[in-house]
Write a protein that binds this ligand. Structure first.
Ligand SMILES: O=P(O)(O)O[C@H]1O[C@H](CO)[C@@H](O)[C@H]1O
Ligand SMILES: [Mn+2]
Ligand SMILES: [Mn+2]
Length: 393
């Protein structure tokens, strides 16, 4: 079989498809992002994902099983010990996180907070695990009055700094985050990400702005993206992908402001005559609906995504392969406001697949995607993962 000229990888951020076998270790028994959203909405209207074979993976209420699925489909289990975005995406590109990034669910140590206060001349308030929208409601007024920085975390390895754009300028906030990044690269902190969380508005009516910026750790080793780039292939990062890999193994980065903008940017990329990988992350599912525990909004976002797929197909030829998957779960009906340890769906579609797609064996690691991409382009295989390229025939 000729190899594909272009592979388009879409990560529906947080769209899990039921508890993983090790969900108990993450206190996530019973989590089921897609299943519970469909139940809450009395069924999901996703005709295009249905045609690919979404409900052939596992029945999702309202999504009919396809008699002749267009895609090859299966579930994938995460091998790494973590359920955050970086862990999921790095694993997809062949890297495992064996020692999880450090988390500080009870707040950061005084030593770190004091260094931030000394450097910035601002007090720190918050310093606990919280939902980002709730903590600005709680502390935004005090922040506006005193200029203190709102620092918070979550079950993820993140240090997030919320500040009103008229109290702390974006430049100052970004400088503060850069400083925090520099002092937390190694033990004892080794934080996955520092995140700038600017907001605007008045007490009771605060809203976060798209000027969020993430400062990630560099991947701990080489990924399939590095191999592609070094062999002269294009690696087009759309949305948060460039942040997640800290720019490593990327030839072009395009930022997006929403899921729909992400789909627009993918469709624009499909008009470019590139050879290699386009890699899109759709973060609204996670940030606007999963963490907000908004099952209705999440369902609507899934349906809006589904409705855009025909525009993607229209630009694909037999030389294109589309892979749709996710990086972890974030069940909006589950306790708390954090990610959930789940299987993720994997659907692989190409106009080249003339007969129907079939079920692939359950993948024991997300790295099978990176291995398949490496195999297709004939670059060095990642440390982990097994290619399923020959199954796509
Ligand atoms: O509640 P908000 O601020 O959206 O934060 C969420 O977003 C972070 C990064 O994706 C997660 O760790 C979670 O804390
Ligand atoms: Mn994610
Ligand atoms: Mn998240």
């Amino acid at each position: 079989m000729d190899s594909f000229k272009r592979i388009h990888l879409i990560v529906m951020d947080s769209v899990g498809i039921g508890e993983a076998p090790d969900a108990a270790q993450f206190d996530d028994i019973g989590a089921d992002t897609l299943g519970h959203i469909a139940r809450e909405r009395g069924g999901l209207n996703m005709p295009n994902m249905a045609r690919l074979g979404l409900s052939n993976i596992r029945n999702i209420q309202g999504v009919p099983e396809a008699d002749q699925p267009l895609a090859y489909y299966c579930k994938m289990q995460e091998a790494s010990s973590g359920k955050d975005t970086m862990t999921g995406h790095w694993e997809m590109m062949g890297l495992y996180i064996d020692t999880p990034f450090r988390v500080f669910p009870d707040g950061f140590p005084d030593e770190l907070i004091q260094r931030i206060e000394a450097k910035t001349g601002r007090k720190v308030i918050g310093n606990k695990a919280a939902s980002g929208t709730e903590i600005i409601e709680e502390l935004g007024e005090e922040h506006m009055r005193t200029g203190a920085l709102i620092i918070y975390t979550s079950a993820d390895s993140v240090l997030q700094i919320a500040a009103h754009e008229q109290v702390v300028s974006l430049n100052e906030l970004y400088d503060i985050c850069t400083f925090c990044r520099e002092i937390t690269l190694d033990d004892p902190y080794m934080l996955g990400r520092i995140i700038a969380r600017p907001f605007v508005g008045e007490p009771g009516k605060f809203t976060r702005t798209p000027n969020r910026h993430d400062y990630a750790l560099k991947p701990f080793g080489r990924t399939t993206m590095n191999e592609l780039k070094d062999k002269g292939y294009d690696v087009i990062a759309l949305g948060k992908i460039s942040d997640i890999f800290d720019g490593e193994g990327i030839t072009k980065a395009v930022r997006t402001v929403s899921n729909m903008d992400g789909m627009d940017k993918l469709i624009e990329a499909l008009d470019e005559p590139f050879t290699g990988l386009s890699f899109l992350n759709l973060v609204d599912f996670d940030a606007l609906y999963g963490h907000r525990r908004d099952a209705h909004g999440y369902g609507q976002a899934l349906e809006e995504f589904d409705a855009r797929l025909p525009e993607v197909y229209a630009k694909m030829t037999e030389h294109d392969l589309l892979i749709i998957t996710a990086d972890h779960g974030n069940d909006p009906t589950y306790k708390g406001t954090d990610h959930t340890r789940e299987y993720v769906p994997m659907l692989a579609y190409s106009p080249r697949i003339v007969a129907e797609g079939t079920e692939l064996p359950l993948r024991g690691t997300f790295a099978d995607i990176g291995a398949t991409i490496a195999d297709n382009f004939g670059v060095a295989m990642p440390e982990h993962g097994t290619s399923f390229l020959t199954n796509l025939q």
